[in-house]
Design a protein around this ligand. Structure first.
Ligand code: Q9C
Ligand code: ZN
Length: 673
């Protein structure tokens, strides 16, 4: 099992044969640049490389008309003038004598990838293709696209494997209107696209790209458009879109397969998109999608025209598909006002169709907080434009981030004999221990650690924690002895601080109080998920009840825990399952999987002995990058759960801007000028 790369070098053949400034950016070097970066970083070698074959006419016919297929076929024998004349009949398209062959290979590559994933040959993969596909339609080429690779792949997955729910995530910076048209009335395909829109002033200038286009008939609610109305959207904006729109819907939809229309013209440096998201952002977007559909992700290249940015972004995605931890996301984690408005417009348009959105909309500012002219007297004045913050990293394209993987991916330190019998590769069963004097010194304030095997367990945990802090080990799972979980966590926190950790995120489940002597200086973000009442002692000391429904649990993770965690940008995460933590296996796995993101994969899971036997192997799997098990059927959050979350979010929003989902009152979609 692993990651597939599907490719054929013939796809570099098609190219523009005449002068056309609009089309010249879709060039063969796009593919060679991507392949070079993958090779340079040793990533191609780690994938299962498959050679693409041409799709059959029957397969093309899943989306395209026989007449259109015949028209593209005839371009093989046209001369340059004829090709140019035909190209003019379409919007932003060029044909080349090799176009038909390349476009059939592109579809074939997407289908082979779906086959490899759905037969279980690989977990996930990427098809590197030209021409791209998401703009092409039943009877028309459009926007460099000839056949609709991803739409055909979705039809194929439905037909050949009987899939009933497929999610398509289109993160290319253009609206994939071709995909939208194919599945407009089809509730079995949830199509999500974000795109540069500028109130209809950006190509392809369509009213149906706006948020209020939600699908037709049975398909209402299964088209999700998030229009960006300004350029300059960055990591925080993309992350907010995933946490507050895409992921709540995706979990409620519960897809069996995720297809990604993976265009990287949404990344920094791209001349088309003019956005600011860094390549690392695509590692995080990928990792967030990996918790869906058992990790079955098929990505297919769409746009991406800045060769350096494209190469780096693809590497980030592939490395994440391979299971490596994500690099930290840099920059201010503050979504801009325009992004918040866009996000709210989608929430408003989609809310009638999705339980998770009806319940998740944050307290909308009351009318009195709006100035007469409709501008918000908002809490977010600091972030009212999308310009890059001055202290944001300089256009990172100079610094090549190699994301070295430590030899030991995950280590396990256990107190229970018999656990950890069969560990997967690159997982270390840690036997080593800290020096006895050191362990004693750390344990001294805690009586509970001197009982039973307490000191032995602590010695192992200290050794594992040193490994994580020094970078020899990426992540770990450790068990604590009975009644000693709180004391162990206390020692672990002080150990991290004494090592020089600048920011430490503690997510504590069950009966664990915040250690008494911790300074409230912003170095520790303490989040307790337990009990009945939501409570806030400071912006860094928060308690929220553990929801009892899947819907409530997801709202808590996506709407509260992750916005706080990404906003805090911790060096290390301590996730602790203490007494009476009440978490199901699948919930613990999901939490661990998503908490790998904010701290570059540096996470230690401390689990009380009682739970370790049933949790150990699942936690190890997700920390290595495998998908968590399904949470089971989606159950609506209870009113009490929603109320608690609303209260917390309202209180915390002034400090933690990724929590914000409401900006202006819902705007109506207006006709394109
Ligand atoms: N400056 C893909 O990315 N030209 N197609 C727009 C606006 C057409 C993009 C001109 C862009 C097509 C797959
Ligand atoms: Zn594009």
């Amino acid at each position: 099992m692993g990651t597939a790369l599907v490719y054929h070098e013939d796809m570099t053949a098609t190219r523009l044969l005449w002068d056309d400034p609009e089309c010249e950016i879709e060039c063969p070097e796009r593919l060679t640049a991507v392949l070079d970066s993958l090779q340079q970083r040793g990533l191609e070698q780690r994938c299962l490389c498959l050679t693409a074959c041409e799709a059959s006419e029957e397969e093309l016919g899943l989306v395209h008309s026989p007449e259109y297929i015949a028209l593209v076929q005839r371009t093989q024998t046209l001369d340059k003038e004829e090709l140019q004349a035909l190209s003019k009949q379409f919007d932003a398209v060029y044909f080349h004598p090799s176009t038909f062959h390349c476009a059939r290979l592109a579809v074939g590559a997407a289908l082979q990838l779906v086959d490899a994933v759905l037969t279980g040959a690989v977990h996930n993969g990427l098809a590197l293709v030209r021409p791209p596909g998401h703009h092409s339609q039943k009877t028309a080429a459009n926007g460099f696209c000839v056949f609709n690779n991803v739409a055909i792949a979705a039809k194929h997955a439905k037909k050949k494997y009987g899939l009933q729910r497929i999610l398509i995530v289109d993160w290319d910076i253009h609206h994939g209107q071709g995909i939208q048209y194919v599945f407009d009335d089809d509730p079995s395909v949830l199509y999500f696209s974000w795109h540069r829109y500028e109130h209809g002033h950006f190509w392809p200038f369509l009213q149906e790209s706006d948020a209020c286009a939600i699908g037709q008939g049975q398909g209402q609610g299964f088209t999700v458009n998030l229009p960006w109305n300004q350029v300059g959207m960055g990591n925080a904006d993309y992350l907010a879109a995933f946490l507050h729109v895409l992921l709540p819907l995706a979990f409620e939809f519960d897809p069996e397969l995720v297809l990604v229309s993976a265009g990287f013209d949404s990344a920094i440096g791209d001349p088309e998109g003019q956005m600011q998201a860094t390549p690392e952002c695509f590692a995080h977007l990928t990792q967030l999608l990996q918790v869906l559909a058992g990790g079955r992700i098929c990505a297919v290249l769409e746009g991406g025209y800045h060769l350096e940015s494209l190469g780096q972004s693809v590497c980030m995605m592939v490395q994440t598909l391979l299971g490596d931890p994500t690099p930290p996301l840099l920059g201010l984690m503050v979504p801009c006002q325009s992004a918040l408005e866009s996000i709210q417009s989608v929430q408003t348009a989609q809310a009638p169709h999705w339980t998770s959105l009806q319940q998740n909309v944050a307290p909308v500012l009351s009318p009195s907080t709006h100035l007469p002219e409709g501008r918000s007297l908002s809490l977010l004045a600091e972030s009212s434009t999308c310009e890059v913050a001055e202290d944001a990293p300089s256009p990172l394209l100079d610094g090549v981030c190699l994301r070295p993987t430590p030899p030991v991916c995950t280590a396990v330190a256990l107190t229970v004999p018999g656990a950890a019998l069969a560990l997967p590769p690159r997982v270390l069963h840690q036997e080593g221990s800290a020096m006895r004097e050191e362990t004693d010194a750390w344990a001294r304030p805690h009586k509970s650690l001197f009982q039973d095997e307490g000191l032995d367990a602590l010695g192992k945990i200290l050794c594992l924690l040193s490994g994580i802090l020094d970078g020899q080990v990426r992540s770990g799972v450790a068990s604590t002895t009975p009644h000693a979980t709180a004391a162990t966590l206390d020692v672990a926190i002080h150990r991290c601080l004494s090592h020089g950790a600048q920011r430490l995120l503690c997510v504590a489940l069950g009966q664990l109080d915040r250690p008494q002597d911790l300074a409230d200086d912003g170095r520790i973000l303490w989040l307790n998920i337990m009990g009945k009442e939501a409570a806030i002692w400071s912006m860094f000391h928060i308690s929220t009840p553990l929801p009892q429904t899947t819907g409530g649990f997801l709202s808590c993770i996506l709407g509260l825990v992750l916005p706080l965690a990404y906003g805090f940008q911790p060096d290390v995460v301590l996730m602790t399952l203490g007494p009476a933590h009440g978490l199901q296996n699948a919930e613990a796995a999901l939490l661990a999987a998503v908490l790998r993101g904010p701290a570059g994969g540096r996470i230690l899971a401390l689990v009380e002995e009682e739970s370790i036997l049933q949790l150990e192997s699942t936690l190890v799997q997700v920390l290595r990058g495998e998908a968590p098990p399904s949470l089971g059927p989606f159950l609506m959050a209870s009113p009490e759960e929603i109320q608690a979350l609303r209260f917390l979010k309202g209180q915390l929003e002034p400090r933690w801007k990724l929590l914000q989902v409401a900006a202006l009152p819902p705007g109506q979609c207006s006709p394109v000028a």
